[in-house]
Design a protein. Sequence first.
Lengths: 254, 215
Amino acid sequence: MIYAICLVTFVLLVLTTFMVFMLLWQRRRSNSFILEREIMKALYKEQLLKTQLEIQEQSFNAISMEIHDNVGQTLSLLKVQLNIIDQQKTLDKLLLAAAKENVGKAMTDLRDIAKSLNSERVQQASLKDMVEHELGRISKTGIIRGLIQQEGDEQNLTSEKKLILFRSIQESFQNIIKHSDASEVNVHFFYQPDQLTIVITDDGKGFESEHVTEKKQGLGLTNMITRASMVGGQAIVSSIKDKGTTVTITIPYE
Amino acid sequence: MSEMIIGSVPLLMAFTAAVIGRKKQSTYWLLLFPWFLLYTFVNQWIGFFMWPLFHVENQLLFNVFMLIEKGFYFYVFYSILRKHVFKKIAVGAGTAFLLCYIYDVVIINKLFTYGYYAANAGNLALVICGLLFFTEILISEDYVDIFSLPMFWIATGIIVFAVGVLFYLCFFSYIINDVDKDGKIWRILATILSVIEYSFFTVGFTLKHKWVHSK
């Protein structure tokens, strides 16, 4: 009987020890999962910050060009006009009107630039508006003509998703400008019930997408794919030589 | 006597660690731990010498000790548990023990005979509280370094003791009358389990980790 008492007590204690070990093992697994999740969060934040910085840099470049090409030119012309008015003995009303018009144009251009610098406006603007603005800027160069289309009712996206998507689309535009020799780019927004699909098509020279390995994809395409997966979506690049390229980005709303 | 000394060493170590680590103990109930351990120590030795020196039964003393010990542990578990439903279960387990205690110790045994049924009920209830605490650790959404949690060691110590004496106390009257008449097995068992329990307490109190507020 003594042995039975000892044995049962021993078995109970072994079971308790086993239970504690199970707890430790399971907690260790959970801890590693939590650590992994924290790392993913940190990476996401880092990528988001990087994206924001890239957009900012891109905006600064665009603004610099805008000031140089538009406002700068308008003001130079205005200076010439004022010099002529100054040298004239009688006031040329027509020239004065033209100078006034140029002051107005310069002011409008500056107001547009100031608006585009306002971060709140960027956050409040819809993705389509942001892309439209970007496409308009590209179209101004006269090299590429941009067209934007939308199907379905526009859905709200979180500002993080919007920024990441916008950066991906910008990346795609840059690729088109740099490598495609395209004359036309189409951006199509498909607002489906649970996801948004954006299709960017160009009529450029294209490439054999099947032969493009991940290494050769270059940082632009890789970034685009990584960014899309970060917000739970995916980006697919398909191209046929001499027949243009299509980039399809799919993002769930939730 | 030797069992008493062996059992007292880890108890004193736990007491010392609890006194030294008082500054880290930011919650009220943890400040009670040194007093509780001191009371346990004094109670054990008084209980041990009551019969040889004064020819007085010590069962009343241990009945009172049972109530204070289990009550204190329930209070500790209640304070450390965070989930409302777990707190409710802990209160339920504590109440069940109290009812068993009143029935077994007060009504049946009239306080002067050790209420082993009540003790067993208390141990079972403490095991439940310990499991609730473990469950809380297990399902926590935050990173938890179990070994750095003082309460993990304390809870494990309490559970090991409670589980260890469970079977013995289940058949207490039979064992004490037929198998273990001189109580030798009980003394050895209690000594081993006390050493484990208070060693775990000592580890818990010596951890550098700051005690977390229960709420």
